[in-house]
Design a protein. Structure first.
Ligand code: CO
Length: 212
């Protein structure tokens, strides 16, 4: 059997296993979705959102792109964020990076990546914002890991720049924004424990869209 056909066999087995647990599994899911989480992660095939969080279908709204970027002019991620915050009413927004990220590594190279250049430039901008800290790390692997973390921090900051996020946050104190990093070597998620309240305070003079 070709690998392509195997996927359909896998699907049938998955359907059967779900129905064995709950005969109404799909009927219930088809009615509505009310996920508590929005997950923004890397497109990397080794970081499957639902699986690493142990969440079932219907429990997490997912957006993935190269290096988990929240680009202010990317209509795709901006639409996902607005829909999740305004219509789904998610309680938590997670930006999840991962060590060993190819996108972050590429952005550390003095190399022309063609059509990828404008996307990767967002990561180069993160490097520039934190250049003093990063240049002080002599070990290249440690510097790479730190850029992965700082990229997550800056994407979390991009999330709180959205008017829809600010509006709900000032009204109900939610959603809360979390920065995580996944480790490919051991499968563990690390919470960066970002102090997003402090970050919001720090940038509010510039980015606040909330009218009193
Ligand atoms: Co990646």
């Amino acid at each position: 059997m070709e690998i392509y056909q195997q996927v359909f066999e896998n699907n049938k087995k998955w359907v059967a296993s779900k129905l064995a647990q709950d005969a109404n599994f799909f009927e219930k899911l088809a009615k509505d979705q009310r996920p508590d989480f929005l997950y923004i992660g890397c497109a990397d095939s080794r970081v499957p959102a639902n699986e690493i969080m142990g969440l079932e279908p219907g429990e997490v709204f997912v957006h993935r792109n190269i290096a988990n970027l929240v680009v202010n002019t990317d209509l795709n991620v901006q639409s996902v964020l607005n829909y999740a915050v305004v219509h789904l009413g998610v309680k938590h927004i997670i930006v999840c990076g991962h060590y060993g990220c190819g996108g972050v590594k590429a952005a550390m190279q003095p190399k022309d990546f063609g059509i990828l250049n404008p996307w990767l430039r967002n990561i180069r901008d993160v490097y520039r914002l934190h250049q003093t800290e990063l240049d002080d790390i002599s070990d290249i692997d440690q510097r790479y890991n730190r850029l992965v973390e700082l990229n997550v921090l800056e994407q979390c900051i991009n999330v709180v720049k959205l008017a829809a996020v600010q509006k709900r946050y000032y009204k109900e104190g939610a959603p809360t924004v979390h920065g995580w990093v996944y480790d490919l070597h051991n499968g563990l998620l690390k919470d960066l424990n970002l102090d997003m309240d402090a970050e919001v305070k720090r940038i509010s003079k510039i980015y606040d869209l909330h009218e009193e």
